[in-house]
Design a protein around this ligand. Structure first.
Ligand SMILES: NC(=O)c1ccc[n+]([C@@H]2O[C@H](COP(=O)([O-])OP(=O)(O)OC[C@H]3O[C@@H](n4cnc5c(N)ncnc54)[C@H](OP(=O)(O)O)[C@@H]3O)[C@@H](O)[C@H]2O)c1
Ligand SMILES: [Zn+2]
Ligand SMILES: [Zn+2]
Length: 343
């Protein structure tokens, strides 16, 4: 085993403490990554709040290869790399064969809180100075992307990229993004770069200037019932990134005939009045993370269009402050931890 340092919560809603962590020795198809930057995802907060045991969060990080296993061919020591929220899958089921490892029938191995397919240990995430990961689930970080601002692409980015692509968003598509946070601001940037006409739906009127700067045409305040009513059936696609449970009815009523609402933020049971789907033959869908081909496609698209997240970079020692501010919606629009203070 190898030893590194990281940040761990030892129970629900506990503060994270700096601890020393064990990583496995490299298997033949593994690489060791020095984690330089790790994004702080709202899922990290959910995971800490629901923790039934120790949790080391972090599932969107960039770093540098420090060692490679005997069979590794795609990476060499010193290469800049990126890792998202999936680090393994069965490789054989129909989903894996289709390049949708995120939907693996044996469930993909999550970057933290997952179960390693070989030794059965619980995975520990990227709030750490080192991570050991299969080469196959490591992505080359395209040249030209800032390593800190690119880290959130690996969870927040891919999670909104796949539904935008699968719903055919392109030139002239009328897209609304509900919830302007980590996922939401990247959804706006992607949809704008894909040629869509984008609106933000937010409970925070003060985000209007940001929405416009990100390329949206307007911001609809979700509490403004008159404007919501006037926006009936206005959007072909709504990407709903809201982090809390909420009534889908007011959002479904904004979807145009044969359009779709993709709920990717709050995951869990929802109740829907089928009349909100029936009137206009609307579709309700969801998605999470992405497969390896789509992740590569997204990273190439970001390099081509110069897209990264709007980040506030903090030393990793301020992880508790970052999580606390995220819980208060006080982030524009992603915290990224600089892990170098763990040396
Ligand atoms: N499907 C997946 O695989 C996947 C992957 C990553 C994250 N997630 C989930 O996606 C959600 C968003 O993550 P994130 O990192 O983007 O979070 P975030 O940065 O906190 O953004 C969430 C946004 O939702 C809005 N919001 C929050 N609480 C709300 C409430 N009670 N009512 C209405 N709006 C509310 C806020 O936007 P406004 O101020 O604009 O209203 C907030 O900025 C989280 O639940 C996370 O767990 C899912
Ligand atoms: Zn995430
Ligand atoms: Zn599989």
């Amino acid at each position: 085993m190898r030893t590194t340092a990281g940040w761990r919560a030892d129970g629900p809603a506990e503060k994270l403490n700096r601890v020393s962590l064990q990583r496995r020795d490299l298997r033949a198809d593994d690489i060791a990554v020095r984690v330089d930057h790790c994004g702080v995802c709202h899922t990290d907060l959910h995971s800490i709040n629901a923790a039934r045991g120790p949790v080391v969060p972090g599932h969107e990080f960039t770093g540098t290869v420090t060692e490679v296993g005997a069979d590794v061919t795609r990476f060499a020591v010193g290469d800049p790399v990126a890792v998202g929220n999936i680090v393994d899958s069965c490789g054989e089921c129909a989903m894996c064969r289709a390049g949708q490892e995120n939907f693996c029938h044996e469930f993909p191995t999550l970057t933290y809180g997952g179960t390693d397919r070989h030794d059965g240990t619980t995975t520990l995430g990227g709030y750490a100075r080192e991570y050991v990961v299969r080469e196959a689930f490591t992505h080359a970080l395209p040249a030209g992307l800032d390593a800190a601002a690119a880290a959130p692409l690996l969870c927040a980015g891919i999670t909104v990229w796949e539904p935008l692509r699968s719903l055919g968003v392109g030139s002239g598509t009328r897209v609304a993004v509900a919830g302007l946070g980590g996922l939401g601001h990247l959804a706006v940037k992607f949809a704008v770069a894909l040629g869509a006409e984008v609106t933000v739906i937010s409970r925070t009127p003060g985000k209007l200037d940001d929405a416009l700067r990100l390329g949206a045409r307007d911001l609809l305040v979700s509490a403004d019932e008159a404007r919501m009513a006037a926006s009936r059936e206005r959007f072909d696609v709504i990407i709903d990134t809201i982090s809390a449970a909420h009534d889908l009815g007011p959002y479904l009523r904004l979807v145009a005939m044969d359009g779709a609402l993709a709920q990717v933020g709050h995951l869990g049971p929802v109740s829907v009045d089928t009349m909100d789907l029936l009137i206009g033959r609307k579709k309700l869908t969801s998605a999470g993370s992405g497969g390896r081909p789509a992740t590569r496609e997204m990273l190439d698209f970001c390099a081509e269009h110069d897209i990264t997240a709007d980040v506030e970079v903090l030393p990793s020692s301020q992880v508790n402050e970052a999580l606390e501010r995220l819980s208060r919606n006080d982030v524009r629009y992603r915290f990224v931890l600089d892990m170098s203070d763990l040396d």
